[in-house]
Design a protein around this ligand. Sequence first.
Ligand code: FE2
Ligand code: FE2
Length: 260
Amino acid sequence: MAPPIKLNLRHLETNSKGYAEFLPLGDIHLGSSGCFVDKVQANIQYCLAKHVYVATMGDLLEMGTKGSVGAGVYEQIMQPQEQIDAMIEMLRPLADAGLLLGMLDGNHEIRPHNTTGIQVTKLMSAALSGKHPVPYLGYSRWNYWYVGGTGYKIYLTHGEGASKKKHTKLKKVLDIAQGVASRADLVCMGHVHDILFEAVRYPDIDPKTKKKVYIKQYACTTGGYHDDEGYVAMKNYEPGLVGSPKIKLFSGKKDIHISM
Ligand SMILES: [Fe+2]
Ligand SMILES: [Fe+2]
């Protein structure tokens, strides 16, 4: 199988207010009894109505398997194939409208990959690529999105590891933003099931004017659609905010607004 694309280069349409809106959608865990599927459907309808672009952030599916951690294999209320089929149908209207910019893996989609070699996110993205391409983005991906003539460097990753508290969740995405993705305008990370964001100003020298300038970078965690029972309660994790952040990318002067 071919690997994921190296760079997800896209052109986003600007709305009448001078920006393109982007909603990172992940940590749905479809098939788990704790999944808030109505809230996912409401956000998909919002995106279709307002022409909001979406990239999926991984853990779309619960994918409890015999060897996976926890009791998901017994507790999930849909079988893995039902989860895949239902997720494709949920996302198809976004894909057909040209609003689905790509799909990341999460650790829950990696479960069948680890035991069988089958890449379910790759199969879902292929099934959704018809009228418009829906690239498979792997676990982390660099993106370059034009909004009008303005280009944005965007790093998307599912994330990994445990974080119990707000400040440790935010630290994870800030560490990525100040590490491997330090040249990105925007870094979005899933996995922590919470909506948190921060902006950082980096001093730099403009090579043309030889003057000190500041480069602004934004980092956010991308929420989730799962309750705080089971694993979350057992480990005493702080429950996170349900849903997705809404991100405005402005044309003309580079500017990013994030809201919940
Ligand atoms: Fe998750
Ligand atoms: Fe995850």
